[in-house]
Design a protein around this ligand. Structure first.
Ligand code: SF4
Ligand code: SF4
Length: 437
């Protein structure tokens, strides 16, 4: 369990203080401990065709071979062949698989954390079905265990370990909620002992996207749902998932599910966030050793699409054109491709799809913790440029998305390049056009 008070030093910092050889061993053990038969088959399957390179926004926008997806997991591939793979004993004996050094891992840190958003687009094109995004995620577990991580990501993960959540402690959450209540002259339910639905939020909602919180409250009240926020289980984002700390990841996920069970909720609602969906919906069962079948883990996109389809939620027609950025963890990795299109159709929007869209959409460039990594800014801006070009080619009135992290990445990109367009929240557009009677 993660201690929430008086923690002297985070697990990550303790790793960083160990001798070099121990850190390298820990990195490899961390990587290999995540290894199952599937990852093992990946390691033997690559035919070096290079197709994954053409799928990766970072390779395409820089032309730098080091950003070829499969290259990003090379030290870990070598560790596998040296220690676990077939003929590993022979490779070790003949010196065919040289030992990895801490210097090499430090150099690789940039590839593992800065140049991969875990978007999975390379996975889509690999003829051998190798899930490189998953391998990079497993490699991050190794990096975390060696105390290697970009500074800002490390700081956020420390907050998760020592201050309850990356956003902060319960009292800071309450302060943020009071601010939103004042801004919109509303009352938000917090810590009800019983409720049917537990609403969770992302730090972006609490810091900047206050209108999203207001709209969610308005929709849940309109639908007559008995819901609450929780001051101890409010954090949908999961920096354990992004940093490679499985301990932090499981703590943050279980906190949400345990709270939902405690208050008798049958639905855990996730906000407009991408990786929150992957961490809770697709990985929660890992921490309980069984599927979560007593609580529906629901994304905001599903709430909107289902209630619009049933007629419980009605919206006015907007009569504009729009294009949509498909957040990777919701759409390609998350199975929600139809939901935003149902919502946009109900709004009467003329959808002008980006050249690459749906499951094939390019990442915004800020996912997988890259947005929180100051060092990665030049790479992020390259990825932003690709999306900007694709959006401008549609000449649409609105550029919409359903992930707060993607919005922040686009806002930062627009600011850095003096781009005069603004990416809008699909949820907030629904909120502005919902019919309340
Ligand atoms: S998961 Fe995405 S960012 Fe990472 S290597 Fe593959 S295409 Fe590139
Ligand atoms: S597309 Fe697949 S098989 Fe081809 S180089 Fe990339 S990982 Fe290897």
């Amino acid at each position: 369990m993660i201690e929430t008070k008086n923690k002297q030093q985070s697990q990550f910092d303790i790793q960083g203080d160990l001798p070099d050889a121990v850190r390298v061993t820990n990195a490899m053990e961390g990587f290999l401990s995540e290894f199952g038969p599937q990852a093992s088959s990946y390691m033997n399957a690559c035919i070096r065709c290079g197709l994954c390179a053409e799928a990766c926004h970072f390779y395409l926008e820089t032309g730098d071979a080091k950003y070829t997806p499969i290259h990003k997991v090379k030290p870990f591939e070598e560790a596998y062949h040296r220690t676990t793979g077939p003929f590993s004993w022979l490779a070790g004996l003949l010196g065919m698989a040289p030992a990895i050094t801490l210097n090499e891992l430090e150099e690789w840190e940039e590839l593992i954390y800065d140049s991969c958003t875990l978007c999975g687009r390379c996975t889509l094109v690999c003829p051998m079905g190798i899930d490189i995004a998953e391998l990079v995620k497993e490699a991050r577990s190794g990096m975390y265990k060696a105390g290697l991580m970009p500074d800002r990501l490390a700081q956020i993960t420390r907050n998760a370990e020592s201050k309850h959540s990356p956003f902060g402690e319960p009292r800071e959450f309450i302060t943020a909620i009071r601010k939103i209540e004042k801004e919109f002259a509303i009352k938000l339910p917090v810590d009800k002992p019983k409720a049917d639905l537990l609403l969770t939020l992302a730090p972006g909602d609490l810091e900047e996207h206050h209108a999203s919180v207001h709209v969610l409250a308005k929709i849940l009240d309109h639908l007559g749902i008995d819901w609450t926020l929780s001051s101890v289980a409010f954090e949908a984002t999961n920096f354990g998932y992004l940093s490679g700390s499985t301990e932090v990841q499981s703590e943050l996920t279980c906190r949400l599910i345990d709270k939902a069970r405690e208050i008798g909720a049958t639905t855990l609602l996730l906000p407009e966030c991408g990786h929150a969906w992957g961490a809770a919906r697709w990985e929660a069962a890992r921490w309980y050793g069984a599927p979560i079948d007593d609580i529906r883990i629901m994304h905001t996109l599903e709430l909107l699409a289902e209630n619009i389809t049933s007629g419980a939620l009605k919206v006015k027609t907007v009569n504009d054109s729009a294009s949509f950025h498909d957040p990777c963890q919701q759409i390609r990795r998350g199975g929600l491709v139809e939901a935003p299109r149902i919502i946009m159709k109900a709004l009467g929007l003329e959808l002008r799809e980006l050249e690459d869209h749906g499951e094939a959409s390019f990442c915004c460039g800020g996912g997988g913790g890259v947005l929180a990594n100051a060092r990665a800014e030049p790479l992020r801006l390259k990825a932003f440029d690709l999306k900007r070009r694709q959006f401008e080619a549609t000449d649409a009135d609105h550029f919409l998305t359903s992930c707060g992290q993607c919005r922040l990445q686009f806002d930062k990109g627009a600011k850095a390049t003096d781009w005069d367009r603004h990416v809008e929240s699909l949820l907030e557009l629904v909120g502005r056009n919902m019919i309340l009677k």
